[in-house]
Design a protein around this ligand. Structure first.
Ligand code: MLT
Length: 209
C-alpha cells in the first residue's frame, strides 16, 4: 500500500515478521521510487520492517532526495533542508508504525541523503548501508556517530563516484566516531552480486540478535 504520512513523503511500509530484526529505511537512486528497493530490503534482511519513501524532489520528472546543480555537484542548502525533512519523517514514522531507529539502506542519490542525514541528524538512524555514496556536504558540522555501524560499498569502476571521494566520506564518518567498513568491489555505479553478498551478512552481524 502507498501511504502519505509527512508532507512530501509518499512511502511504502511493510511490517517486519521478525520484531528483533532492524527496521530498514530504503532510499532509492535518481529516477527510482518507493517500490524500487523493497526486493533488496527483503533479500538483505528477510525479517525486517521496511520503510521506503519516495524522493520529494523532481529532476526532469525523476524523483530524487535533494537538488543538484550538475552530476556530483549538490545544492548543499537543499541537502541540509531535505536531510532535516527526512529525519522528521523517520521520527513520525517510528511513532506511527512503532519502530526502533532504522538502518538506512541507500543507493546512489539515496545513499548520499543517508550520509547527509547521518552527519546532520545522527539520532535518526541506527546505522547505514551506503551503496555508491559520495561526500554530500563540503563541510558538515561535527556529528556524534560513536559506535554507529556504517557499511560503505563502492565500485572500483564507478564513473560517478571517484575513489578519492568515497575515501573522504569514509574518513569523515570515521572521524565522527562511526564504525566504518569500506569495501571497494569490482563494479561500476550499478549494484552487483558482491554488494548483496556483503550487505546481508553485515546487517546480520551488526544488527542481528
Ligand atoms: C547524486 O546526485 O546524488 C549523485 O550524483 C548520484 C546520482 O544520483 O546520480
Amino acid at each position: 500500500m502507498t501511504n502519505s504520512l509527512a508532507p512530501d513523503f509518499v512511502h511504502r511500509f511493510e511490517p517486519g515478521p521478525d520484531p528483533a530484526a532492524p527496521p530498514l529505511l530504503l532510499l532509492h537512486g535518481t529516477g527510482g521510487d518507493e517500490a524500487d528497493l523493497l526486493p533488496l530490503g527483503r533479500a538483505l534482511s528477510p525479517g525486517s520492517a521496511l520503510l521506503s519513501p519516495r524522493g520529494p524532489v523532481l529532476e526532469n520528472g525523476m524523483p530524487r532526495f535533494f537538488r543538484r546543480l550538475a552530476e556530483g555537484v549538490f545544492d548543499e542548502a537543499d541537502v541540509r533542508r531535505r536531510a532535516a525533512d527526512l529525519a522528521a519523517f523517520v521520527a513520525q514514522a517510528r511513532v506511527a508504525y512503532g519502530l526502533a531507529a532504522p538502518v538506512a539502506v541507500g543507493f546512489s542519490n539515496g545513499a548520499n541523503i543517508a550520509a547527509a542525514t547521518l552527519l546532520l541528524h545522527p539520532e535518526a538512524l541506527a546505522g547505514a548501508v551506503l551503496l555508491r555514496a559520495m561526500v554530500p556536504l563540503a563541510e558538515a558540522p561535527p556529528a556524534d556517530l560513536v559506535g554507529r555501524p556504517v557499511l560503505l560499498l563502492s565500485g572500483a569502476f564507478d564513473p560517478i563516484v571517484p575513489a578519492e571521494n568515497a575515501e573522504r566520506l569514509a574518513a569523515g564518518l570515521e572521524r565522527a566516531g562511526a564504525r566504518v567498513t569500506h569495501t571497494v568491489n569490482p563494479a561500476g555505479h550499478g549494484l552487483s552480486q558482491a554488494d548483496l553478498s556483503a550487505a546481508g551478512p553485515w546487517l546480520a552481524r551488526n544488527f542481528g540478535r
